[in-house]
Design a protein around this ligand. Structure first.
Ligand SMILES: [Zn+2]
Length: 104
């Protein structure tokens, strides 16, 4: 998100998305993926506190809403970072499902 230009920040603001909310959602989504948070593949809601046990689907949706309003250059850079996390999340999920199938 530090890659966002002033124009990108303005676009988020104008679309009614708080830059801080999108940034927080991205940072939190990144944290969940890099720490292999089990809530990426279970339905465990945790404590439900944003910043501790945020809903991964909600975080990802907030990131997507941010992406959709960014100017092309910002969107490309941000989308690349998000795509890398998505790919990692998919690997983690399928590995977890594999483990569950083997344990069954
Ligand atoms: Zn929690």
């Amino acid at each position: 998100m530090d890659r966002l230009s002033a124009a990108g920040r303005r676009a988020l603001d104008e679309a009614g998305h708080r830059v801080g909310d999108v940034e927080m959602a991205f940072t939190e989504w990144q944290r969940m993926v890099t720490t292999e948070d089990p809530r990426l593949w279970t339905d465990d809601p945790g404590c439900g506190q944003a910043g501790c046990c945020s809903d991964p689907a909600e975080l990802r949706a907030t990131v997507e809403r941010g992406l959709s309003v960014l100017p092309a250059r910002d969107r490309r850079a941000f989308a690349a970072a998000v795509a890398a996390l998505d790919a990692r999340a998919r690997v983690l999920r399928s590995a977890a499902l594999q483990r569950l199938a083997e344990d069954a």
